[in-house]
Design a protein around this ligand. Structure first.
Ligand SMILES: Nc1ncnc2c1ncn2[C@@H]1O[C@H](COP(=O)(O)OP(=O)(O)O)[C@@H](O)[C@H]1O
Ligand SMILES: Cc1ncc(COP(=O)(O)O)c(N)n1
Length: 270
């Protein structure tokens, strides 16, 4: 049976990030994608023009509908808006025992708009982080979640280990924002047992809208298919790098990546 996976996140009308990016990615990786819309955003490649949180009942009902019918192989979370919405998502994840759980602790969009209320970060850290089988912060998010300032590789590893101490089972600390390294995009993957650095060429492009969403969806899809976590993370990083390298020039701002290059050929497409 095709693995069935859920994204619990916000939409991006511009199609490059959020739920739209997640579902495109799931489709390309041959898993069946479902969604729980936590907020609708009016958004394009230039920025976020509006955020419209869904009523709490609508979020709960979507999760009930999915739990009532599907055999869920993996779940990811993205933009969760505020503390109340984080709480009901946490409640459902516990109630339905949705694992493996990949938490992308989305905080601020690349243009600077807040995608989660700053006062909700405490709730995310205290209640959602401990449920995460993998959490995928970028550097600023890792600083907030670990309480440490990150400058060097050893700071990165220390911050990831601190986040594990706070309850996450594994951490992928993404280095997309690491301006100090102009040639390589390096991510630090840390579990209780080991630290692995994942490296790729840094692509000189403004078109990185939705890279974090796409990466966490790739990992979720690969994990749902029964690959181990480290293999899933490695595959995801390789695929994403290719999709950034061939990003189309869509929109007038920070464009999306080439989701269609993520395609897994299962021999059924010919
Ligand atoms: N210019 C780039 N070239 C290659 N890889 C990149 C580039 N920018 C980001 N990445 C990679 O994309 C993924 C998402 O990174 P990042 O931008 O840090 O996350 P977010 O989108 O959550 O802010 C990471 O694997 C990172 O290394
Ligand atoms: C609805 C939504 N969720 C997440 C992001 C973050 O995008 P990125 O992956 O570029 O950090 C976004 N811009 N919009």
């Amino acid at each position: 049976m095709r693995p069935q996976v859920i994204t619990i996140a916000g939409t991006d009308s511009g199609g490059g990030a959020g739920i739209q990016a997640d579902l495109k990615t799931f489709e390309e990786r041959n898993v069946f994608g479902m969604s729980v819309v936590v907020a609708v955003t009016a958004q394009n490649t230039k920025g976020v023009q509006g955020v419209y949180p869904m009523p709490l009942e609508a979020i709960t009902r979507q999760m009930e509908s999915l739990a009532d019918d599907f055999t869920v192989s993996a779940v990811k979370t993205g933009m969760l808006v505020d503390a109340q919405r984080i709480e009901i998502v946490v409640h459902a994840i516990r109630r339905y025992d949705w694992h493996p759980l990949v938490v992308d602790p989305v905080m601020v969009a690349k243009g600077g708009a807040y995608l989660v209320a700053p006062e909700a970060i405490e709730t995310l850290s205290r209640k959602l982080l401990p449920l995460a089988d993998l959490i995928t912060p970028n550097t600023p998010e890792a600083e907030v979640l670990s309480g440490l300032v990150i400058h060097s590789d050893s700071d990165r590893e220390l911050a990831a280990k601190q986040i594990i101490k706070r309850g996450a089972k594994a951490v992928l600390l993404k280095g997309g924002h690491d301006e100090a390294n102009p040639e390589r995009a390096r991510d630090c993957f840390v579990t209780k047992k080991r630290t692995v650095w994942l490296e790729a060429d840094r692509i000189h492009t403004p078109h990185t809208h939705g890279t974090g969403c796409t990466l966490s969806s790739l990992i979720t899809a690969e994990w749902a298919k029964g690959n181990d976590l480290e293999t899933s993370v490695r595959t995801a990083k390789e695929l994403l790098t290719r999709a950034i390298a061939q990003a189309p020039e869509i929109g007038h701002g920070h464009g999306p990546v080439a989701h269609w290059l993520l395609r897994e050929d299962d021999g059924k497409n010919e």
